[in-house]
Design a protein around this ligand. Structure first.
Ligand code: GLP
Length: 313
């Protein structure tokens, strides 16, 4: 299927139906194309496009990401933040905690929704994303506990109903203002593994062997690895008003290049971000090493700082 948008943008429809969504794949895709059409049309009006901010290393990347999150919270104290876990995000959370403690950055009205949680892990489990968020962020800042949402890894039974309620809660909070993402080595965002439908919503997802192996290092020797997770869908993520993707280190270079400069494909789910009108990739030199257009991104950064600095705040 080929869609030709007003400005001559050609979208080759290769949306995978590997996922079952509550509405069924067919309806999800019709809705998806309507959504993409609206997004593209509105981005043509406001000049929105992908920004790639290249930083010297992990520390600078973390400060830059925290600066953008802090900017969102300062301009909208009751902002809804979509939060991610993973070692990449630790430095950003540390810097946000510093900004809270030293400069009074106020999270008291902020609402948060985490992307995902391992199925089978209770909130107290040391490798759960609940625990990660407590240790790295929530115990250091003043987000009200009633405003924190993280999928429950211990639910059993009606997963569809639980996931639909998570989606409803996001909508009732007014949608996500800023979604933070890391990226898996296979290009996943959240736990949207390769072949996830671009129309997918929050759901139960089976993890790939690659992801299980990558994350095994966090679990004790002999400890059983979760095989599944509850994750927000690609459709959920694409509805965020603004998206920030962080990546660090040479191990991510190939997948970062595929996500930013490769074809839009469900085989690298982060490539869906090319369709969103307001995405900022905050990456370090090592993660950006395979990008062909590095020099161009640097010039765009300079010109954006000069002409439209609000896009960097
Ligand atoms: C997990 C999470 C992702 C995260 C990824 C990368 O798979 N579900 O949200 O982006 O890990 O983790 P790391 O930053 O440790 O490489």
């Amino acid at each position: 299927m080929v869609y030709i948008a007003p400005a001559g943008i050609v979208l080759c429809g290769c949306v995978a139906d590997g996922d079952s969504t509550r509405d069924g794949p067919k309806r999800a895709n019709v809705g998806l194309f309507a959504f993409l059409w609206d997004e593209i049309a509105s981005s043509l009006g406001n000049g929105g496009e992908m920004l790639v901010l290249l930083n010297s290393g992990y520390e600078e990347m973390s400060r830059e990401a925290a600066r953008i999150v802090a900017g969102t919270v300062r301009s909208k104290p009751n902002a809804t933040l979509g939060l991610a876990t993973g070692s990449t995000t630790v430095g950003m959370y540390k810097e946000l905690a510093r900004l809270h403690q030293e400069q009074g950055l106020d999270f008291s009205k902020v609402i948060t929704f985490n992307l995902d949680e391992y199925l089978g892990l209770a909130a107290e489990h040391p490798q759960s994303f609940h625990c990660f968020m407590r240790e790295n962020f929530f115990t250091h800042v003043n987000v009200a506990s009633k405003n924190i949402h993280i999928p429950d890894g211990t639910i059993g039974g009606d997963y569809e109903e639980y996931c639909a309620a998570y989606e409803r809660a996001i909508r009732e909070a007014g949608g996500i203002d800023l979604q933070i993402l890391g990226i898996g080595r296979n290009g996943h965002i959240g736990f949207n593994e390769p072949t996830s439908s671009f129309g997918s919503r929050t759901r139960l997802k089976v993890l790939t062997n690659e992801t299980i192996e990558d994350n095994r290092k966090f679990f004790g020797a002999g400890e059983e690895m979760p095989q599944c997770a509850i994750t927000m869908g690609i459709g959920t993520i694409l509805e965020a008003k603004r998206i920030l993707l962080l990546a660090t280190g040479a191990a991510k270079a190939e997948t970062v290049a595929e996500a930013i400069e490769g074809p839009i494909t469900a085989s690298v789910t982060a490539s869906c971000l090319q369709l969103h009108p307001d995405v900022t990739f905050v990456i370090d030199e090592a993660a950006g090493a395979r990008l062909k257009q590095r020099d161009y991104y640097r010039r765009v950064m300079e010109m954006t700082a000069r002409f439209t600095p609000n896009r960097l705040s």
